[in-house]
Design a protein around this ligand. Structure first.
Ligand SMILES: NC(=O)c1ccc[n+]([C@@H]2O[C@H](COP(=O)([O-])OP(=O)(O)OC[C@H]3O[C@@H](n4cnc5c(N)ncnc54)[C@H](OP(=O)(O)O)[C@@H]3O)[C@@H](O)[C@H]2O)c1
Length: 416
């Protein structure tokens, strides 16, 4: 008899038999967007069509008694198809690509998703199954530990690795703590409980200089993750801290194409970044599952090429559209004024807390570089920021000019 716990919160679905229909949640905002902008569950087995291809997960019943007694064998010695990677945040901008990349690398991917996923919950379960085709999709709630643990338990298989691409979709104060800290921690606790011995975290390079709530929430989780590895020598982590994503830099492409000026703060040289594509970052993250040199490392990472200031990004864009560069340079002090005002108002109207936070997020990305911070010199260091991948910002701009920004949307809130 296969013993199934009632699938209360959990719906585990294979994509196999499925008929497919077919300025700011990112925490990184474009300048112009600111202005507009032990494991084994002995009694469970799985009888769902769990894997898209023939690689079925081994029912846990067979593992139960012996695994608990026997020493833990590192997943790193296994064939990728036998390595179960649980991905949380699987439906995000980066998460989707990470799922694909892990599947391409041959891992057995279990993607945790919400029943309504995507920006503003626009994707139905069917959309999500289609989007995550090739993964075993498990609908659950990462914000509720009990529910998440039940879902993972109901999978009936041990987990080897957890990859988290979770992030608050709106960047608000409470939501940042709920997702970037609590939900991420829930995925660590649930993953470890069911066997995970490695955790790959998608973090952000900007946590080096934490002035924002989501950065503090991420840092708190990073610290606890590192502590976990210190306390448990069978457990490891990789913390990936990328610089800017393409989506955060594409907001002005269509405006410039339409003859509008490129908007920047100060002289356009207040900050710089090494933008990285979703695909390149996903590939780097997937490498963190097995590569020994990524074990217990904090890994800042940028895309290929030199660091680019907003001015340089604009120059690339004007060259591509074949128009004379036209800039609108906005004094950064305007943002300081708006933030000061919001900080004052929030004391009277606490409900403005998130609006004040969004202002600070905008200010932060208008002036802080997304590069490795050198505490000795007190400056950002482009040379110390590693580059990875092959997709350039110029390629991306070219694509947006042809195809638009579909798939590159930012988050759920508008600022100001
Ligand atoms: N944008 C940048 O330039 C940049 C640069 C460096 C680092 N980063 C960091 O990269 C990370 C990921 O960014 P991203 O753009 O891929 O994020 P994203 O597209 O906003 O995706 C967020 C993911 O978290 C999930 N999530 C959010 N709230 C949830 C909730 N209440 N319950 C369950 N799941 C929830 C989302 O699920 P749903 O689909 O169900 O909403 C989605 O899968 C962030 O930590 C960000 O700080 C960003």
């Amino acid at each position: 008899m296969s013993a199934f716990a009632p699938f209360s919160k959990l719906t585990l679905q294979s994509t196999k038999d499925h008929n497919f229909k077919q300025l700011l949640s990112s925490h990184f905002i474009n300048h112009v967007q600111v202005s507009t902008v032990p494991y084994a569950i002995p009694f469970l087995s799985v009888n769902v069509p769990f894997r898209v291809n023939s690689r079925k997960l081994k029912p846990i019943t067979a593992l139960a008694a012996s695994t608990i007694e026997s020493p833990k064998i590192s997943f790193r010695g296994k064939n990728p198809k036998d390595i179960k990677v649980l991905v949380v945040g699987s439906t995000g901008y980066i998460g989707k690509f990470v799922v694909k990349e892990l599947i391409n690398k041959g891992f057995n991917v279990i993607a945790i998703a919400r029943e309504k996923s995507g920006i503003k919950g626009k994707n139905s379960k069917d959309d999500t199954l289609e989007q995550l085709n090739g993964a075993n999709v498990c609908f659950s709630d990462v914000t509720n530990l009990e529910s998440l643990e039940k879902s993972v338990e109901n999978l009936g298989v041990p987990i080897d690795v957890v990859v988290s691409c979770l992030a608050s979709r709106n960047g608000g104060v409470k939501d940042s703590w709920l997702i970037d800290y609590e939900a991420t921690k829930n995925s660590l606790v649930a993953g470890k409980k069911f066997g995970a011995s490695h955790f790959v975290l998608l973090s952000a390079i900007c946590v080096q200089k934490p002035l924002l709530e989501f950065q503090r929430a991420k840092l708190k989780f990073e610290a606890e993750l590192m502590k976990e590895a210190e306390m448990d020598d069978g457990f490891t982590y990789s913390i990936v801290r990328p610089t800017a994503f393409f989506k955060s830099l594409g907001g002005q492409v269509e405006l410039v194409k339409d003859g509008k000026p490129y908007v920047m703060f100060g002289d356009g040289k207040l900050c710089a970044c090494k933008p990285i594509s979703e695909q390149d970052l996903a590939s780097f993250i997937a490498d963190c599952v097995l590569k020994e040199d990524k074990i217990n490392q904090v890994l800042p990472i940028g895309g290929p090429g030199k660091a680019l200031t907003p001015l340089e990004q604009a120059e690339i864009l004007f060259k591509l559209v074949g128009k004379e560069p036209k800039f609108l340079k906005v004094p950064i002090e305007i943002m300081d004024f708006a933030i000061g005002l919001l900080d004052f108002l929030v004391k009277i109207f606490p409900s403005l807390e998130d609006a004040a936070e969004f202002g600070k997020i905008g200010r932060y990305y208008a002036a802080e570089s997304m590069l490795v911070w050198d505490p000795e010199t007190g400056e950002y260091n482009a040379d110390a920021t590693p580059s990875y991948g092959k997709d350039t910002l110029e390629d991306f701009f070219q694509k947006v000019l042809k195809e638009g920004m579909a798939g590159q949307e930012l988050g759920e809130q508008t600022i100001f």
